[in-house]
Design a binder for this molecule. Structure first.
Ligand code: NAD
Ligand code: WQD
Length: 344
């Protein structure tokens, strides 16, 4: 079976994707510098699939080390490039860190691909490229809006770098996947999201509040133009998201792509408000999430959810997990983390 390089494979979405790749028989090589992840994730993956993936602690920004890595692992068929810095607020404080990490990592890979005869790359993009869309649900041909943060800008620039580069060689193919809001964890609760410090994203804050690590959740605004006044997002189970990467890789390897770059939204097509997330989480897990309404968070989008029709029809992929199951998996993961912390 083909060998796939997964950069950032020790991270949240990467680790779930490694599991799905291994499940269908792909051989996986992870490159990760562990800047936002823990080596323990390899044991989690091994517990689920029975296979410990090859792992290299390398910074994708380091061209020479990446070149050596490609020499070591011959015949890589495709790259899935997750490795990036992703904290929106931090990117405002440290823009150059974000531009350097996210742009140089991608440029190195694109430069090394022809040298090592690799034609295929899947890139992790984000619904953040749409800003506040004029039309909902948002389709792939919606206009790209001015980025609200250096992080968001890196995703836009990376998409452009890919489009400018891929057509220079007729063998190259790229699939750009624009994720909506990934949440939840593997049903085994062996792997999940490991937020660093105080979480910025909603779900880890919800689970940490429910378990008592945080006193209460701040809901950022209830005066938006939405049915209950809180913001709306398209929350997608991370395992559904991971499976789309397997399909994307198979599509490239089977030469079924229709153009040198294809771009897909990965969302459920359902919008859920912050208050609905809290209410459903409490209901399905039988726990309370103390919260209070506070001011809006600067830079927040009021409402966004995907039109996933293109991915449904062309990739044959659909998000299948219910929001209830997704929120149950997030809680099971938090409970597992608490067990581990107790055992230490
Ligand atoms: P994550 O931080 O959990 O995973 C990223 C992994 O990449 C981490 O393990 C980190 O250690 C590694 N990494 C970072 N820079 C590296 C470098 N220079 N060299 C090697 N490894 C490096 O993040 P995630 O949530 O799994 O996100 C994966 C990708 O998806 C990122 O590109 C992110 O921008 C994108 N994305 C994430 C979301 C989200 O909400 N989680 C939404 C849209 C897009
Ligand atoms: C979701 C909703 C908040 C925390 C960010 C990035 C985006 C993408 C995904 C990568 C919003 C509300 C949150 C809290 C709250 N990442 N919220 N209290 O803002 O959709 O997107 O992550 O590409 O680029 O910007 O996700 O999880 O931060 O917020 O009320 O403590 O939850 O206002 O409405 P967001 P999020």
């Amino acid at each position: 079976m083909a060998k796939i390089l997964v950069t950032g494979g020790a991270g949240y979405i990467g680790s779930h994707t490694v599991v799905e790749l291994q499940k269908v028989g792909f051989e996986v090589v992870i490159v990760d510098n562990l800047s936002n992840s823990n080596i323990e994730v390899l044991s989690g993956i091994e517990k689920i699939t029975g296979i410990r993936p090859a792992f290299e602690n390398i910074d994708c920004v380091d061209y020479v080390s990446m070149d050596r890595m490609f020499d070591k692992y011959q015949n890589i068929s495709a790259i899935i490039h997750f490795a990036a810095s992703k904290a929106v607020g931090e990117s405002v404080e440290k823009p150059l860190l974000y531009y350097r990490n996210n742009l140089v990592s991608l440029i190195n890979l694109l430069q090394l691909m022809p040298i090592h005869k690799i034609n295929n790359i899947v890139f992790s993009s984000s619904c953040t490229v749409y800003g506040q869309p004029d039309i909902l649900p948002v389709t792939e041909d919606a206009p790209i809006k001015t980025a609200l943060s250096p992080y968001g800008n890196t995703k836009q620039i990376c998409e452009e770098i890919i489009c400018d580069t891929i057509h220079t060689n007729p063998c190259y193919k790229s699939i750009i996947l624009r994720y909506f809001n990934p949440i939840g964890a593997h049903p085994s609760a062996e792997i999940g999201e490991l937020p660093n410090g105080v979480p910025n994203n909603l779900l880890p804050f919800v689970t940490q509040t429910a378990i008592g690590l945080r006193k209460q959740l701040n809901v950022f605004g209830n005066d938006y133009d939405t049915p209950d006044g809180s913001c709306i997002r398209d929350y997608i189970h991370v395992v559904d998201l991971a499976k789309a990467h397997v399909i994307a890789v198979q599509r490239m390897l089977n030469q079924r792509t229709k153009s040198d770059v294809e771009t897909f939204n990965l969302g459920t097509g359902r919008g859920l408000s912050v208050l609905e997330v809290i209410e459903t989480f409490e209901k399905v897990n039988g726990v309370k999430v103390p919260y209070r309404i506070v001011d809006r968070r600067e830079g927040d989008i009021e409402k966004v959810w995907a039109d996933p029709t293109y991915a449904n029809e062309v990739l044959g992929w659909t998000a299948v997990e219910t929001v209830e199951e997704t929120l149950r998996s997030a809680w099971a993961w938090e409970l597992n983390l608490a067990e581990r912390a107790k055992a230490e």
